[in-house]
Design a protein. Structure first.
Length: 585
């Protein structure tokens, strides 16, 4: 006998009754006992691979999760899915695979769960797209689900030698510094020997990038949205004590299964708003503006880029994290992590406290247990924030009718308005070559188009170009706009997600060199000094989307299916179109 009645659980289709004897023979073949076969089957999904440090510790951590599931009378079934790691994919054709991998992760987890009739899901993820991909699968399947982040990397340190410039010494290093170091080496202010030394010490352990880049941003989201246990995302990946969070997550999913608390009981419009608050106040990655709408879409909730940006607009920015600030994920963990951040938001009435969490308790109940307060160094008190509005701002105007997004964390208000002539590039490579050769003028707005989800295809990040500009000391002397994305590590006045994208005939496709562009992050406007008639005339002359080399395969398929950026760049109709619930089949 098991503690659970399986008559209503999906796994009954593969474990119960005489007709399932062939299926059970497979389970016996894997060493399962009779008791284990008749317990709930819990998928333990990881994005483990040997592609990058963000994923390398996930397999070990999954064993701890399995221990927790077993303790609570469940039978864990581990499986893996893919990851494309942006740090490796960055700056070349491989970057096109990154955003498309988010959909592939969600799809493969869904197919594995459906095919084997698993009853609940614990998902472990480490790198940028694997976090939203895993959460999207949880919400799509609507099974009892617990998310757990693999943890961040430890910060690096430069050796105290004369070859290393002073500004790289005596401070934490992240992979962002390496991208910027490339720009420094190109402009002659960093030797190749120094670059060689830095690359050996910048990333000293397993774990995801240490700043408030996309992985850590989405890890914070996992707690704020309620899918992860409180404080589970903060501890660095190499800490063996992460195993305790793994075990607790395994036990937690069995508690949710017992109480029939499903992913969509946790992920609601209110919890999505909580998540957007946490992104804003930590100066998180602009990519959250893409991933939160995509998670919402799986539940059939309309929560678009504009809704995310509206929350950003009235949320104080009070957590001093890189790239706009000074600290890394480990420092945030040492200061008390996301629970302390959410406690500050609660003081200002900016959190919905009645949202359910992975623990089976509400956000409010969880925050009541937190004794620590803001340290004033990493986490500022909310009534004394770094800035009064969030670190990310939404823009709209005749250049972006469907919106765009810009990260202003760390940018002084006087630098948040920029006007200048366009210098147009048809792809990132062209822009990067021009930047490398300094074929641009101060005061210009660099335009990189044809890099949207469909037009790229794949909506690449422009980190190589933005990091090169920062390395050349040009971060504040020009601006950049694109229908592509930016890495969470991007600094400078950089506008992404311009929609509609060029491939869909958006105004960005009609721009010419010299057109006067204005970016106003104070008012939330992105415009070009052209009349509606002129834009319309140019559209009449437009030759259509640029041809790409992707005429077959996964990226061709993605380009055919992918929708608008402001809706999350999703590839299927989502929760609104559902005709069944997986758990109830």
């Amino acid at each position: 006998m098991t503690k659970f009645d399986k008559s209503k659980l999906p796994s009954r289709h593969v474990t119960e009754g005489p007709q399932r004897a062939p299926h059970r023979s497979y389970y016996y073949a894997m060493g399962m006992t009779e008791e284990e076969i008749h317990q709930p089957l819990v998928g333990v999904a990881t994005c483990w691979n040997e592609a990058a440090p963000c994923n390398i510790a996930l397999s070990r951590q999954a064993q701890a999760v399995k221990g927790g599931v077993k303790e609570a009378h469940g039978s864990p079934r581990e499986f893996t899915t893919i990851t494309v790691t942006d740090g490796i994919a960055m700056g070349h054709e491989g970057m096109r695979s990154s955003l498309a991998s988010r959909e592939a992760i969600a799809d493969t987890v869904e197919l594995t769960m459906r095919g084997h009739c698993y009853d609940a899901l614990v998902g472990l993820a480490g790198c940028d797209k694997s976090l939203p991909g895993m959460m999207m699968a949880m919400v799509r399947l609507n099974v009892p689900s617990v998310f757990i982040y693999g943890g961040s990397i430890l910060p690096g340190r430069a050796p105290q030698v004369d070859e290393i410039p002073e500004d790289f010494r005596n401070r934490d290093l992240t992979v962002q510094d390496m991208f910027e170091a490339v720009g420094r080496q190109q402009n002659g202010t960093l030797s190749e020997a120094a670059l060689d030394m830095l690359e050996r010490v910048a990333c000293p352990s397993s774990g995801a990038c240490g700043g408030q880049f996309t992985a850590n941003t989405m890890a914070c989201v996992s707690e704020a949205i309620g899918l992860a246990l409180m404080n589970s995302s903060g501890m660095p990946a190499p800490y063996e004590s992460r195993d305790q969070y793994g075990e607790a997550s395994g036990r937690a999913v069995m508690n949710l299964l017992e109480k029939n608390i499903r992913a969509r009981d946790v992920v609601t419009l209110k919890s999505l708003q909580n998540a957007a608050r946490v992104v804003a106040c930590t100066g998180g990655s602009t990519n959250a503006g893409l991933h939160l709408p995509a998670i919402a879409h799986e539940a059939g909730i309309d929560f678009f880029l504009e809704d995310v940006c509206e929350i950003f607009r009235d949320t104080p920015y009070f957590v001093d994290l890189k790239p706009g600030g000074n600290y890394v994920a480990k420092d945030l963990y040492d200061a008390g992590g996301i629970p302390v951040v959410m406690k500050e938001l609660r003081k200002a009435g900016l959190i919905h406290e009645d949202c359910m969490t992975a623990s089976g308790h509400s956000i409010g109940e969880e925050l009541d247990k937190i004794g620590r307060e803001a340290d004033g160094r990493v986490i500022y008190p909310i009534d004394n924030p770094l800035t009064r509005t969030g670190g990310v701002v939404g823009l709209k105007g005749n250049l972006a009718p469907e919106g765009a997004i810009v990260k202003v964390a760390g940018i002084a208000p006087e630098h948040q308005v920029f006007s200048g002539p366009a210098r147009v590039f048809e792809c990132e490579e062209d822009a990067f070559e021009a930047v490398k050769a300094r074929q641009y003028e101060e005061g210009e707005v660099i335009v990189i188009r044809n890099e949207g989800p469909a037009g790229g295809p794949g909506m690449r990040e422009m980190l190589a170009t933005t990091a090169a500009l920062s390395g050349q000391g040009m971060g504040k002397k020009l601006a950049l706009i694109t229908d592509g994305r930016f890495s969470g590590a991007t600094r400078g006045f950089c506008v992404g997600h311009v929609g509609p994208e060029a491939a869909h005939g958006g105004p960005i496709a009609m721009l010419k060199d010299g057109d006067m562009i204005t970016i106003d992050a104070i008012k939330g406007e992105l415009s070009v000094d052209l009349s509606d008639d002129e834009l319309e005339a140019r559209k009449t002359d437009w030759k259509g989307p640029r041809d790409t080399i992707y005429a077959s395969g996964a990226l061709w398929k993605y380009a055919q299916q992918v929708g608008a950026t402001y809706k999350g760049a999703v590839t299927h109709p989502g929760g609104k179109a559902e005709k069944h619930v997986y758990m109830d089949l």
